[in-house]
Design a protein around this ligand. Structure first.
Ligand SMILES: Cc1cc2nc3c(=O)[nH]c(=O)nc-3n(C[C@H](O)[C@H](O)[C@H](O)COP(=O)(O)OP(=O)(O)OC[C@H]3O[C@@H](n4cnc5c(N)ncnc54)[C@H](O)[C@@H]3O)c2cc1C
Length: 424
């Protein structure tokens, strides 16, 4: 009789839940005897995309109760969920230590996410929650809602401190939603709305960057590119080159770091992001270790959709290694993201490591019904539908109809890319 294989999944957020649930299901279907243990310290699971809407108290996003559920409700049958604080990973001894004891593993999956580092910017921590706000954590999003209520015009500055950040389009969505919010309250004309970014425009990918930057400018938003954040004072933010932009209300996305545990285990890049083979999702530093979600250093967006697509590859490759076969290079960086543009509209982008967002239809060619890289009301409804999809399909490890883990070029106007690159 063969012994069951012990797989330990670290991190009980999006990636950890999806990969645990999916692994248990696929292993059972294939008749592979696998014990799946999931360890994390968040009994309450926050639907993080909902943090974008919380400051505006949109219907369905008025309080934390609207975007939080008990994690245990999403742990599938056969997954052994332990609510513990992870203290150390020993990838040589294949042991993980927590506040409650130690766990041995045969294979390890890291899904520890990443964190915002308010302390990393001079002057930010002491103004956090009073002069300077954010919306990337539940507490900060709620305090921002109160600050917005009191805002009666002046300089409203949205600032991305540095890259990488989770969901790199969320700050742009915030700018669009605050534009709508101020318009509806009648204070938009008294407000100078500015987006400061370390990038050379609104987004990283050239075609999308041009489109989104143009859209923000058309909304009367001042875009300040190539402007990483160095210092926050009471009245202004300052870049390393001395460029200074004033504010009355500051909304910052602080620098992000991965997990210290990853660096301390010798698996990281020094900022807590695991050195990951972008195609197989294996650790580049240790055998029998896979990574997914925000704690990887792969060159794609840090998004829930990405973690979901990566989970399928991790499960596939993990089961191959258990069977004595080599992991396959199946991860393509597929990202699918609705970008809220205000006044009940949104844009959809679907891209991977090699193919930047292009216009087109999604998920079906010609029919859509979603439009790629173009605003539509239906895309906005798709963004709202992502919440029930997240709870009922994504977290339980079910597949999303017509959306595969690898990006499809069906419905995409690939000729736009060819025209831009001269056919190369
Ligand atoms: C404002 C905002 C808007 C967003 N919008 C979108 C969107 O529209 N679409 C989209 O796809 N994505 C969006 N995202 C991104 C998405 O939420 C994340 O990319 C996704 O949650 C990443 O999953 P993860 O498993 O890697 O990390 P997480 O979900 O953050 O999970 C990490 C887990 O690890 C646990 N953990 C860490 N350290 C320890 C430890 N020492 N001991 C025990 N447990 C530990 C944490 O408690 C946490 O549960 C958004 C994010 C934000 C902040």
């Amino acid at each position: 009789m063969t012994m069951a294989v012990n797989v330990l999944v670290l991190g009980d957020g999006t990636g950890g839940l999806v990969v645990s649930n999916l692994l248990r299901k696929v292993a059972r279907r294939k008749g592979v005897d696998v014990n799946v243990r999931l360890i994390g310290n968040s009994p309450l699971h926050t639907y993080q995309p909902g943090l974008l809407f919380l400051p505006f108290r949109k219907p369905g996003y008025r309080s934390l109760a609207d975007i939080q559920r008990r994690n245990s409700d999403f742990v599938g049958a056969g997954v052994d969920y332990r609510c513990e604080i992870i203290a150390a990973i020993d990838a040589q001894a294949r042991t993980v230590t927590t506040d409650k004891g130690s766990h041995r593993y045969d294979w390890l999956v890291l899904a520890l996410g990443c964190r915002t580092m308010v302390d990393a910017i001079d002057g930010l921590a002491e103004r956090w929650g009073t002069r300077a706000h954010g919306f990337y954590t539940p507490d900060s999003a709620l305090r921002l809602a109160d600050a917005l209520d009191k805002f009666e015009g002046g300089d409203l500055l949205v600032d991305i401190a540095e890259m990488p950040i989770k969901c790199p389009v969320a700050p742009l969505e915030f700018v669009c939603l605050v534009d709508e919010y101020l318009t509806r309250r009648g204070v938009r004309s008294q407000t100078r709305l500015t987006l400061m970014t370390p990038l050379n425009g609104a987004f990283t990918k050239p075609i999308c960057n041009e489109m989104l930057t143009g859209m923000l400018v058309a909304k009367g938003v001042e875009v300040v590119p190539d402007a990483p954040l160095a210092v926050v004072t009471d009245k202004a933010v300052v870049c390393p080159d001395g460029k200074t932009v004033p504010y009355d209300l500051l909304v910052t996305i602080p620098p992000h770091e991965g997990s210290d545990l990853i660096d301390e285990a010798g698996l990281g890049d020094g900022l807590g992001f695991g050195l990951t083979d972008k195609l197989t999702l294996k650790s580049k530093k240790a055998e029998r270790v896979f990574l997914l979600g925000d704690n990887t250093n792969v060159p794609t967006s840090k998004a829930g959709s990405v973690a979901h697509f990566q989970a399928e590859v991790v499960v596939h490759n993990l089961l191959r290694e258990i069977a004595g076969e080599a992991a396959e290079p199946l991860a393509d960086g597929h990202t699918n993201c609705f970008i809220e543009t205000g006044f009940g509209k949104a844009i959809l982008v679907d891209f991977n490591y090699d193919v930047q967002p292009v216009p087109g239809r999604f998920p079906l060619p010609a029919i859509g019904p979603m439009t790629l890289l173009a605003e539509s009301r239906l895309n906005h409804l798709g963004k709202l539908a992502f919440k029930p999809i997240y709870w009922h399909l994504l977290l339980p490890g079910r597949s999303i109809p017509l959306v595969g883990s690898q990006m499809s070029t069906r419905g995409k106007q690939m000729e736009v890319l060819a025209a831009r690159t001269g056919g190369h």
